[in-house]
Design a protein. Structure first.
Length: 454
């Protein structure tokens, strides 16, 4: 395994850098295509969220891989390499696996224990599969990361260590309002949600459950906004009064809203300071703004406008740095360590499987050739005799190979066990092309299976 991850997150870079480095969906696709075109990378995928950008790749050279992936991130993010480099982190092999599993469990999130990251990991894998840039290693890795994350949430109380980014943001908006909780604060308010993606949908559902009286969904694609509004207002949904609006109507809706949550993929501001100031002129109630986008949707200058309270990614990062860690975090760390060891053992064992298959294929060919030679020398054998001899020879070969092949798989699963495949190939003079053919067939089968699992 030569897994390499190069990335930056809220832990390594200021929000201003993360904003500038944010990748659009089209840019992510181009980044992956260019990653595979780069010489050191055999497969790759990108995990891009509002507070992290990570490029995963299977490389054959560590130093060349780091240099190439760093350069590609700089080129596609638009942040110069010299400026970006101090904020990049690098993880390799088992450390890279440990990092992704920790991310999947919410241990590396801005709000520890948040669960939205699992959906984002699933999206990252789906993109790699769609573009055919995720091969067996990354398919196995990301599928396992999803299982580890789900295990952490089901077997521990990691959810109690923190809230979702939406809930945490709403709590920050409410913080300081005479001890009022979110449900009391939200009851009867009119909400405007800008965007109709996964985070915006979560925000709308959270506001509906908190008791807002009305939700307006504004989105560049009106059909998506209408669909979300329909889901929210259905009897089986939240039952809140919800309707859709085009983006051109955001200014008018802003004047009527009490709370605004914005999370779009726009590269520029969605709400300028002037637009916010115009919206609050003459109003008697405060306007609460929650900006969950990266780069930001709402002008940071809005927090200086009287009657406006703004909470954005940067203020959430500062607040979460002081959040207490739950005891369950230690349990999750134990799960991650165990799963990393298991994943490494499975990968090492899988590495030797094509060699074992090639060995057994060679043994079968030897048996077939010897039986054919015997038939030529003893043409008088009847079918029963011939079948008995063939079966006896096969049993002898199977018994001779059983213990060594079982033991070599066990040894190969241990750290440093990769050399046993080379030893088998040398001792039995196996054709490298035969082993490679088994690997290719195995990879194609695994690729087909994995594409149906996300």
């Amino acid at each position: 395994m030569s897994l390499l991850v190069v990335g930056l997150s809220h832990r390594s870079a200021p929000v201003s850098i993360l904003e500038r480095a944010a990748l659009s969906a089209d840019t992510q696709a181009k980044l992956l295509q260019d990653t595979l075109a780069a010489e050191p990378a055999a497969e790759g995928t990108v995990l891009a969220t509002c507070n992290r950008i990570e490029l995963y790749a299977d490389v054959d050279k560590f130093h060349a891989g780091v240099a190439e992936l760093s350069t590609l991130l700089a080129q596609h993010s638009g942040v110069g390499l010299d400026e970006l480099t101090p904020y990049l982190y690098v993880h390799y092999e088992d450390r890279a696996v440990h990092h992704l599993f920790s991310v999947a469990c919410g241990l590396d999130s801005m709000v520890v224990g948040e669960g939205q990251i699992l959906g984002q990991i699933k999206d990252a894998l789906a993109l790699g599969q769609e573009l055919h840039t995720a091969g067996r290693l990354l398919n196995d890795l990301f599928q396992q990361a999803l299982r580890v994350g789900k295990r952490a949430h089901s077997e521990t109380g990691i959810d109690r260590a923190g809230q979702s980014l939406v809930t945490f943001g709403l709590e920050r908006l409410v913080d300081g309002t005479d001890g009022t909780d979110v449900d009391t604060w939200a009851k009867g308010k009119r909400a405007l949600v800008i965007g109709a993606g996964s985070m915006s949908s979560l925000a709308a559902a959270t506001l509906a459950r908190a008791g807002v009286s009305e939700i307006v969904i504004a989105n560049r694609t009106l059909a998506r906004a209408e669909r979300l509004a329909q889901i929210l207002s259905e009897p089986g949904g939240t039952g809140v009064a919800a309707h859709a609006a085009e983006m051109v109507a955001v200014g008018d809706e802003l004047t009527r809203a009490d709370v605004v949550v914005s999370c779009t993929g726009a590269t520029g501001l969605v709400l300028t300071g002037d637009a916010v100031e115009t919206a609050v002129q003459g109003r008697r109630t405060p306007l609460a703004l929650l900006d969950l986008a990266m780069p930001r949707d709402i002008d940071a200058a809005a927090h200086r406008i009287p009657g406006v309270r703004l909470v954005d990614i940067e203020s959430l990062a500062e607040a979460s740095a002081d959040a207490p860690m739950a005891a369950d975090v230690d349990l999750v760390r134990g799960i991650v360590s165990d799963e990393v060891a298991a994943f490494g053992a499975a990968q090492r064992a899988a590495h030797i499987t094509p060699t074992v298959v090639a060995l057994r294929t060679m043994a079968a060919d030897v048996v077939a050739n010897e039986v054919a030679r015997l038939e030529g020398r003893l043409p008088g054998l009847d079918d029963k005799q011939r079948a008995e001899i063939t079966q006896t020879v096969r049993r002898v070969v199977d018994k001779l190979l059983h213990a060594p092949t079982v033991r070599v798989k066990q040894l190969a699963s241990e750290p440093g066990g990769a050399g046993y495949a080379d030893a088998l190939r040398t001792l039995f003079d196996l054709d490298p092309e035969t082993v490679a053919a088994v690997s290719r067939a195995d990879l194609n089968d695994a690729d087909v299976k994995n594409r149906g699992r996300v």
